[in-house]
Design a protein around this ligand. Structure first.
Ligand SMILES: Nc1ncnc2c1ncn2[C@@H]1O[C@H](COP(=O)(O)OP(=O)(O)OP(=O)(O)O)[C@@H](O)[C@H]1O
Length: 240
């Protein structure tokens, strides 16, 4: 399915933990190439990303990404969708950049010259050929973030899920990563608290208590979202 851009199809999802309803979504068709997910802390954004990546089982419903049933068929899922977590240290498992990027390629069944060729092309895509043998520990947080993005891109999924990709990054690294993300041909679904980042996106989905509060273009969703968030009192911590 690599390279396909049919996007995401959700069949009504429900997921609870104990008494708490974490996600309750209707059928959704998400073919757009740039999709933002917004919502307050605890509204279900990260859980939704995990479900879209097939990493979180749900009580009812199904997700297809680029035709792959991500929960039911893990092999198809890793070709269809890649996820970049908020914290690169939760993602990286190997000591060197080469091993980290190669691992995903091995999961796709690649080895030998083909694997090395894809590794080199991925590094070259961002001018990082000299990172191949770098130890992850010698990289900064922003650089590790980029390694995670490279590891996802190397696998050529049709859809890339980004969970607050700029948390903790300085302005130049954020700008560089933004530039890199803007240039991607893949479908991108991005969680962010930075509403300005979503200007120019095709679609924004606003989650509230695990449900969709609004779903539309940035112009249809973001003003109301910002107005609501800015109107909130100072007791938000009590509601978490
Ligand atoms: N494994 C779990 N067990 C219990 N509760 C969970 C679990 N996973 C998520 N939740 C709850 O589901 C709700 C949604 O969590 P989620 O991490 O998806 O929110 P979020 O919108 O990504 O929040 P944030 O902006 O703070 O990252 C929260 O109330 C959280 O406590």
């Amino acid at each position: 399915m690599s390279g396909d851009h049919q996007g995401i199809e959700v069949d009504a999802l429900r997921f609870s933990r104990g008494e708490r309803l974490v996600l309750d979504l209707p059928d959704l068709c998400i073919p757009e190439k740039r999709v933002g997910i917004v919502g307050r802390n605890g509204s279900g954004k990260t859980t939704l990303m995990r479900v879209l990546a097939g990493l979180q089982a749900v009580d009812a419903g199904r997700v297809l990404v680029n035709g792959a049933d991500v929960a039911g068929d893990r092999q198809a899922a890793i070709r269809a969708v890649g996820i970049l977590f908020q914290n690169p240290d939760h993602q990286i498992i190997f000591p060197t950049v080469e091993e980290e990027i190669s691992f995903g390629l091995q999961q796709l069944g690649q080895s030998g010259d083909k694997l090395v060729d894809n590794l080199c092309k991925t590094l070259a895509r961002f001018g990082k050929e000299d990172w191949r043998e770098r130890h992850i520990q010698t990289l900064s947080g922003g650089q590790r973030h980029l390694v995670c993005l490279l590891a996802v891109l190397a696998m050529k999924p049709g859809t890339i899920l980004l969970d607050e990709p700029f948390a903790g990054l300085d302005i130049p690294v954020t700008r560089a990563l933004n530039h890199a993300i803007d240039g991607l041909e893949e479908q991108v679904v991005m969680i962010t608290h930075d509403a300005a980042r979503l200007e120019g996106f095709d679609r924004v989905i606003w989650l509230e208590g695990g449900r969709i509060e609004r779903d539309g273009t940035p112009a249809q969703v973001l003003p109301a979202y910002l107005e609501t968030m800015n109107r909130e009192g100072t007791d938000a911590i009590a509601d978490l």
